[in-house]
Design a protein around this ligand. Structure first.
Ligand code: PMP
Length: 383
């Protein structure tokens, strides 16, 4: 099978898996226990935190290892609500992942403001600036770095600059960014989150880097007292290994070299499957992502055909698969309910070659012809 759903999750890198299993053998003891074996695990954990902080140009004390980005996003939002009055407001973009938008509603209730979006799925900087100039200052602004469904890259550095000017904390969900794009500027955000399983690391581990005072579970002094619970050092060690492997590959074939492989696939499909639209086309997008609005047939039928042809792709985001509700991204692009059901998301990763993209393009065209044939044989009108 050719796996093209890497925005949902990536397979673990074999060397990261080696580190994980070895570390479960060597470093299984509780880092907080009092004997030498545990002190060794604790020392390795401290070294890992130091390395992670260096990677992002952050302070060690600002790095909090978590179970993933969902937890880390929840932590930031719950802390913002807890640390401010019940009049405080939060401002989020209209395309945030549910791990931002749902906790925002949960913690801030009717005090959630949504940033206006431009037609091509970009947050509107002018509207942010204008809100701030009018003195409407929230206690937290959340804008993701790159969208999980369209791959559209958000102007998060500019958001960070505007927020800094008005001294409003800016949180950036960088889950789809890390492992695909350069990370050196992320420290410009007041806080940011990401997750190991999006770049060849294990599931169930991620992090928050936070210059503020976010904290979460209580009941222990781990993670500087900010997140109680026995640390999962083997997963952290494996995540770091995955990062190094991914970083090396990213240096070898750069994003600007990979994006044309995706673009060629899109061009080919658009010319052979009349009426196909590329969502976010013409915008700066992650090199690995393509969100296609197919001209006909329900996306689950496309996915089944492609699966049979040896290609695994997705509908919208994995978090909204099976839901009848259009995702926030589909809403930001003002897609009608029928259109939402025709979205096919394709997301490659580092091991894919230009030939893999070509083959996927051919498979999409083949699937189209098969679906047309099926429709001829059927009395059911296809939508
Ligand atoms: N934010 C974004 C943008 C994501 O794509 C995801 C994963 N679908 C998450 C947060 C949640 O990440 P995790 O699986 O680590 O909880």
């Amino acid at each position: 099978m050719s796996y093209f759903d890497n925005n949902a999750t990536t397979p673990i890198h074999p060397l990261a898996l080696d580190v994980l299993t070895q570390s479960y053998e060597d470093d299984w003891s509780n880092p907080s226990s009092p004997y030498r074996q545990s002190s060794r695990t604790k020392a390795k954990l401290n070294k890992a935190r130091f390395e992670w902080a260096q990677l992002f140009g952050s302070k060690e004390g600002d790095v909090i290892f978590t179970s993933g980005a969902t937890e880390a996003n929840n932590m930031v939002i719950a802390s913002a609500a807890r640390n401010h009055s019940d009049q405080a407001r939060i401002l989020i973009s209209g395309i945030e992942h549910p791990s931002i938008s749902i906790p925002a509603k949960h913690c801030f209730q009717d005090r959630v403001d949504v940033l206006a979006m431009e037609p091509q799925g970009l947050v509107c900087l002018a509207s942010l600036q204008e809100k701030f100039e009018r003195g409407l200052l929230p206690v937290l602004v959340c804008v993701m770095a790159a969208n999980n469904e369209t791959g559209v890259v958000q102007p998060w550095c500019e958001v960070a600059r505007i927020c800094e000017q008005y001294q409003v904390p800016f949180h950036c969900d960088a889950t789809q960014w890390v492992g695909k794009m350069p990370i050196f500027a992320l420290h410009q955000a007041f806080s940011f989150t990401a997750s190991a399983h999006k770049f060849g690391g294990p599931k169930g581990v991620g992090w928050l880097v936070d210059k503020g005072e976010s904290s979460w579970q209580v009941g222990g002094t781990q993670e500087g007292g900010k997140r109680a619970g026995t640390e999962n050092f083997p997963a952290i060690a494996s995540m770091i290994k995955a990062w190094h492997e991914c970083d090396t590959l990213l240096q070898e074939v750069k994003a600007e070299d990979r994006a044309p492989w995706r673009n060629n696939m899109e061009e080919k499909v658009c010319s052979h499957v009349p009426g196909t639209q590329v969502i976010g086309q013409g915008m700066q997008r992650l090199w690995n992502t393509s969100l296609l609005l197919m001209p006909k047939f329900d996306n689950l039928r496309w996915i089944a055909k492609l699966d049979a042809l040896g290609f695994e792709v997705s509908t919208g985001s994995a978090c909204s698969t099976g839901s009848d509700e259009p995702s926030s991204t589909a809403q930001a692009f003002s897609l009608a309910p029928q259109e939402f059901k025709r979205l096919v998301r394709i997301s490659s990763y580092l091991s894919h070659t230009q030939a893999d993209w070509n083959n996927l393009g051919d498979a999409l065209i083949q699937a189209y012809h098969q679906l047309l044939e099926d429709a001829k044989d059927s009395n059911v009108i296809s939508i």
